[in-house]
Design a protein around this ligand. Structure first.
Ligand SMILES: [Fe+2]
Length: 257
């Protein structure tokens, strides 16, 4: 089994809950689709946990922003980005600081896995979209408001593609159409003749009105959406205690939005 996690956003509690859940299952490898940092209170801890536990981690737009520069960020996101950079930079343990920059600076933007073990074609992994791996959003509404964007994404992979970035889990078909995990009762049976684009949701800042941490398991011919309870109140308190992090970044965790 493969576990695919994404959008941790410096939320250690959510990450630990997901890693503990993964440890109870027969998971061979973890793939992380990026945004390890940004928004949340504990960037170094999350970088360390992810670098230890995941086999592959991809570059998210927030990881890129902390390393280089934020583009098209709202004010709360931009301020959290600069705080994250400052937090890493002021780390007194030089080895710890350097390891964090090394990790963030070397993240690839795309990963592929031969899907034979899972009775599927090639599996493609990116943060945003197969067309623009780091920055393009594919929202459920795009099925209606921007179908060309969804179709454009489907032209750039052959069978199964995993994304994060919007923090909204679910499955896109090339019709185009979108199904929430609830509509699928948490499970997608893979039809090898149909392309699918799967959003794995977010570990550390879900935005589908379910505050539980989310991730995905890949089994032979099957994708399973998993949710895990964690103590979002204590994370919110950590956010409130840091002046540079907008209080909203804490309170939104309680509602999953
Ligand atoms: Fe994100």
């Amino acid at each position: 089994m493969l576990a695919v996690i994404s959008d941790i956003h410096s939320n250690t509690e959510a990450l630990k809950a997901v890693l503990n859940d993964i440890a109870t299952r027969n998971v061979k490898e973890i793939i992380c689709l990026g945004d390890v940092v940004g928004y949340g209170p504990e960037p170094l801890e999350c970088v360390e946990l992810v670098s230890k536990r995941s086999a592959v981690t991809l570059m998210g737009n927030h990881d890129l922003a902390v390393m280089f520069e934020p583009t098209k960020f709202n004010i709360a996101a931009e301020t959290s980005c600069f705080w994250t950079r400052h937090r890493i930079e002021e780390e007194k343990d030089i080895e710890r600081r350097n390891a964090c920059w090394q990790f963030l600076g070397n993240l690839p933007v795309k990963h592929t896995v031969d899907g034979n073990d899972y009775e599927m074609g090639e599996l493609v992994f990116v943060h945003g979209s197969p067309r623009r791996p780091v920055n393009e959003y594919i929202f459920p509404d795009d099925v209606y408001s921007n179908p060309a964007r969804v179709k454009g994404a489907f032209e750039r992979f052959d069978t199964v593609c995993f994304v994060g970035h919007t923090h909204v889990p679910g499955v896109f078909f090339d019709t185009p159409d979108f199904y929430t995990p609830d509509e699928l009762e948490g499970v997608l049976e893979i039809d090898p003749l149909k392309k699918v684009l799967i959003n794995v949701g977010s570990v550390g800042q879900p935005r589908d009105r379910d505050p539980r941490a989310g991730y995905v398991l890949v089994e032979p011919r099957r994708i399973r959406f998993i949710r895990v309870e964690y103590d979002f109140n204590s994370v919110a308190e950590k956010v409130y205690a840091i002046a540079e992090l907008d209080d909203y970044l804490g309170s939104r965790l309680k509602e999953g939005r």
